[in-house]
Design a protein around this ligand. Structure first.
Ligand SMILES: N[C@@H](CCC(=O)N[C@@H](CS)C(=O)NCC(=O)O)C(=O)O
Length: 227
């Protein structure tokens, strides 16, 4: 039995990745959602401590056995389901997909810090201001656009490696950020944003996030309320 421990769907970009992956590939799991509260000794951390020593979501529980960190979860799921080809089947393509995911996992700090994930929010003016003020955001966006455009041209799309893979789940939160902050993108990158947004696993997460209606001020550098 698989369980996935996650945080708030509107805000938790790391939780989104394995959840979307499992939904998209119809891997059955039970969701354990913990409301974000980063105060020391909060209910969030107390409950999370039952599952992981890292104090971070997501955590995959396999019959209660914990796998933490998104990349480890994705690899474990790929290993459990070779028939689903969560990674591309071709060895070079698989290596390239791993490179893109590792790059995302360890990088894009400016994008993550400034374009914080907030699925329900529409903040194009903030997006434009940050783009003008933050060279790191410009550099991260330029790299994302180039990476996607090159990969989509090589594979023929509509996803990075043709059909949906772990790589697309990995970039789903970036897609959400690009919709919220609306920076200018190339045509190829914009088309990719729309394809990812429409993928069933992503659409299901987004629908849940929009239904959440849980405004957390510590996750909201740019809004005072939901309206
Ligand atoms: N490298 C980790 C990052 C996980 C992460 O930073 N999760 C955030 C939520 S999106 C979290 O749990 N933060 C709580 C904290 O930092 O105390 C992964 O890939 O799973």
């Amino acid at each position: 039995m698989l369980q996935l421990v996650i945080g708030n769907k509107n805000y938790s970009s790391w939780s989104m990745r394995p959840w979307v992956l499992m939904r998209q590939f119809e891997i059955a799991f039970e969701e354990i959602k913990l409301r974000f509260d980063f105060a020391a000794d909060s209910a969030f951390y107390r409950e999370l401590a039952r599952y992981t020593p890292t104090a971070k979501v997501p955590v995959l529980l396999i019959d209660g056995f914990a796998v933490w960190d998104t990349l480890a979860i994705a690899e474990t799921l790929a290993e459990r389901h070779p028939e689903l080809a969560l990674w591309p089947r071709d060895a070079r393509q698989r290596a390239r997909a791993r490179s893109l995911c590792a790059e995302m996992h360890a990088g894009f700090g400016a994008l993550r810090n400034h374009y914080t994930m907030n699925i329900e929010a529409s903040l194009p003016e903030v997006g434009a201001r940050l783009l003008a003020e933050q060279p790191g955001v410009r550099a991260d966006l330029a790299r994302i656009d180039a990476m996607w455009s090159e990969q989509l041209a090589a594979s023929g799309g509509p996803f990075l490696f043709g059909r949906f893979s772990i790589a697309d789940a990995y970039f789903a939160p970036v897609v959400s950020r690009l919709r919220t902050y609306a920076p200018p993108l190339s045509q190829a990158a914009q088309a990719y944003v729309e394809h990812v947004w429409a993928a069933p696993g992503v659409a299901a997460w987004v629908a849940d996030a929009l239904a959440e209606r849980d405004f957390l001020d510590f996750e909201e550098p740019y809004r005072k309320s939901r309206d």
